[in-house]
Design a protein around this ligand. Structure first.
Ligand code: FAD
Length: 123
């Protein structure tokens, strides 16, 4: 099998990563504790330092300076992540995603998903 070229690998990594990020936001508690809010904020900033595509990480850090993570609720976090992805989409000349559809799109098949509107995650 021929090796994938760099842009194909970068795109593949991007797709998997966006899926993970959006799914984390979709599963974030509706009413997070201060500890959970801090966990998500830290996760996003650590992610922005460690993401393996250097150019992507640098650009993402610039976006975070302007639009810091919104961690007050699941809705706030999901909408924030969607808006951030749209900023990246715009820079890469990709289509804008309708953030009104976000709640239906990201499901993880996790056992407790049906209760996830009322239960908190344990970080
Ligand atoms: P993706 O953008 O990967 O999206 C995957 C799927 O998510 C789409 O098919 C759609 O169903 C859904 N989606 C699209 N927009 C949204 C949204 N706003 N909210 C929710 N769901 C949505 N690549 C570069 O070349 N340069 C960069 O600087 C760069 N920076 C990146 C920064 C980050 C933080 C990440 C995670 C990725 C970055 N990438 C970058 C990769 C790039 O964003 C894409 O992932 C890659 O180009 C593949 O694009 P795609 O068209 O398959 O869809």
């Amino acid at each position: 099998m021929p090796a994938l070229n760099n842009s194909t690998l970068k795109a593949e990594l991007g797709r998997s990563t966006w899926k993970l990020l959006h799914t984390i936001m979709a599963r974030f508690p509706e009413k997070p504790t201060e500890n959970e809010k801090e966990a998500l904020r830290s996760y996003v900033y650590l992610f922005s330092r460690l993401y393996p595509c250097g150019e992507c990480a640098t650009e993402f850090q610039k976006i975070l300076e302007k639009y810091p993570p919104q961690v007050s609720s699941r809705e706030a976090a999901s909408q924030w992540m969607c808006a951030i992805h749209n900023i990246v989409n715009k820079r890469l000349k990709k289509e804008q995603f309708d953030c009104g559809q976000i709640a239906d799109k990201y499901k993880c098949g996790c056992d407790d998903e049906k209760n996830s509107t009322t239960t908190s995650l344990n970080f």
